[in-house]
Ligand binder design. Sequence first.
Ligand SMILES: Nc1ncnc2c1ncn2[C@@H]1O[C@H](COP(=O)(O)OP(=O)(O)OP(=O)(O)O)[C@@H](O)[C@H]1O
Ligand SMILES: [Mg+2]
Length: 224
Amino acid sequence: MLHVAAARDVWKSYRTAAADVQALRGVSFEVAPGQFVALTGASGSGKSTLLNLLACVDVPTSGTISIAGRDTGAVSDDGLTALRRSSIGYVFQFFNLMPTMTVRENIELPLLLAGWSHRRSAPAVDKALQEIEMSELGGRRPAQLSGGQQQRVAIARALVHDPPLVLADEPTGNLDSQTGAAILVLLQRSCSARRAAILIATHSDEAASKADRILRLRDGVLLT
Ligand SMILES: Nc1ncnc2c1ncn2[C@@H]1O[C@H](COP(=O)(O)OP(=O)(O)OP(=O)(O)O)[C@@H](O)[C@H]1O
Ligand SMILES: [Mg+2]
């Protein structure tokens, strides 16, 4: 596999009552295995739109997205779900943990969805809890955690199934700068330990400065 994610001449428009919004206009790039890429651009420039297309939760208006060497336009809905579960981890700005589940259960979820038994997943969940230094807190629910702790759990959940590609949309945007910096270090360290590529949408210059490469969007166009 030459790349873990690729976009080729991707256009995305949203139809609204008022007008069509051209969110992405001819975007092309590739992400190599293990690469740390920052995606920057002003509010409304198309960062989240692009991440959603890469995450296969939305489809481009035209152009192709390939993930782990597969053209997503040629894959069935069931195939896309399987591809998403095996190949992608996603970290959100607002953590998006399941509120009724414990920390352990949240981290275990991607493994259960991939068909693992509780017994088989337990050691992987233990290891993920150690990695985020929250082994003692596996029985808590998200509301009983700080924002930074919730984001640590979200990172563990995104990585527990060892996806080759991690997508993060403003993962530090809802945290104070010190906590955000620690989260960034954790994300980078965990991804590099697994040789997972990471594409992180961010307004933070500090985050971008740590990346191997910066992709800049302006009004839906990738600047070179
Ligand atoms: N579901 C939608 N329907 C209509 N327009 C949308 C939709 N989602 C996004 N847009 C528009 O598409 C453009 C790109 O939005 P997007 O959310 O991708 O920007 P962004 O770079 O992530 O911004 P931010 O930094 O504020 O998160 C904006 O003009 C936005 O208003
Ligand atoms: Mg956004």
